[in-house]
Design a protein around this ligand. Structure first.
Ligand code: ATP
Length: 296
């Protein structure tokens, strides 16, 4: 049975003066899943989150949070939010920030759980204002998850994190999702969406231009990348049908094509000595660039 959506946009529109920031957005997020919202700057991702948080009303259509209006207190109790701009008091210690925030929830995490899940070892007695950017992001993450939210909004959570901190955050996000938490994640790091997302929605100019699993979105673009070692002239290859680009990097050639098989056949016909052939499917990064370019 399909579980009920914890967050649902139905034909939601949001306009700022002449700018239509969201154009008939339809989106649903279910428990125990992570939706990645992708899109270039100005696509409407932050606006979508603002509507979900009840900061704005849609001009048309509807947004429901746990089946209620997003500004309803009963709905807001079950969300955790990590926005790009946190505005936390600089003078408080991390321990004080966590204790105060945990006190607002009936079933909050313990301080020890917060430290472990957000990677805050050694930071509890530090003042928030004296922390590095990456340390602040970790504290903000702890504050977002400490109330055991059923729906967690993460707006570019790993910006500025080192590899170890990012890995702790990814692991915690995976655990939360496995335990039934729904997550809405915006990110410009496509590898992050590939690593975490159950589904992906690509926004451009306020509209969803692609939606589905990571694999489905990737499959929307058929681009393949071919690499090999060959002495062939890349200018000649670039002129072949279906080849989008061909470039040389030392002895190696890299070709981007819509269809790999005929190009591989033509390569071997032209250079029987060709070797170290690799063919790979475009990653989400390439799919995303392609989809938004097509939409524009
Ligand atoms: P980014 O990746 O840069 O964070 P985004 O996808 O979050 O971008 P939004 O911030 O939702 O995009 O902006 C969508 C559109 O609405 C943009 O054209 C933006 O300039 C416009 N916009 C956003 N907020 C306002 C506002 N308060 N007043 C006027 N226009 C706004």
């Amino acid at each position: 049975m399909k579980s009920v959506a914890v967050l649902e946009f139905a034909a939601a529109n949001k306009r700022y003066g002449a700018i239509l920031a969201l154009d008939s957005l339809d989106l649903a997020v279910r428990p125990g899943t992570l939706l990645a919202l992708l899109g270039p700057n100005g696509a409407g991702k932050t606006t979508a989150i603002a509507l979900a948080l009840g900061l704005f009303e849609p001009d048309a259509g509807s947004v429901r949070l746990f089946g209620q209006a997003p500004h309803a207190l009963a709905a807001r109790r079950h969300i955790g939010v990590m926005l790009q701009d946190a505005g936390l008091p600089d003078t408080l210690k991390v321990r004080e920030l966590l204790t105060q925030t945990c006190a607002a929830y009936a079933h909050a995490l313990t301080l020890e759980q917060c430290v472990r899940m957000a990677g805050l070892d050694g930071l509890l007695e530090r003042r928030y204002g004296k922390l590095s950017g990456g340390q602040r992001r970790r504290v903000q993450f702890a504050l977002a998850i400490c109330g055991r939210p059923r729906l967690l909004f993460l707006d570019e959570p790993t910006v500025g994190l080192d590899i170890e901190a990012r890995s702790i955050m990814w692991q915690t996000i995976r655990t939360l999702v496995a335990d039934g938490t729904a997550v809405v994640l915006t990110t410009h790091y496509l590898e992050e969406a590939e690593a975490l997302a159950d589904s992906v929605a690509v926004l451009a100019n306020g509209r969803i231009v692609a939606q589905g699993s990571v694999a489905q979105v990737r499959a929307r673009v058929a681009q393949k990348r071919i690499r090999c070692i060959s002495t062939l002239d890349v200018a000649v290859i670039a002129a072949w049908p279906q080849v989008r680009s061909a470039a040389r990097d030392g002895v190696r050639i890299e070709i981007v094509t819509d269809l790999a098989e005929p190009v591989v056949r033509a390569l071997f016909a032209a250079d029987p000595a060709l070797h170290e052939l690799e063919v790979e499917r475009a990653g989400l990064a390439e799919a995303f660039v392609e989809i938004t370019r097509a939409a524009a």
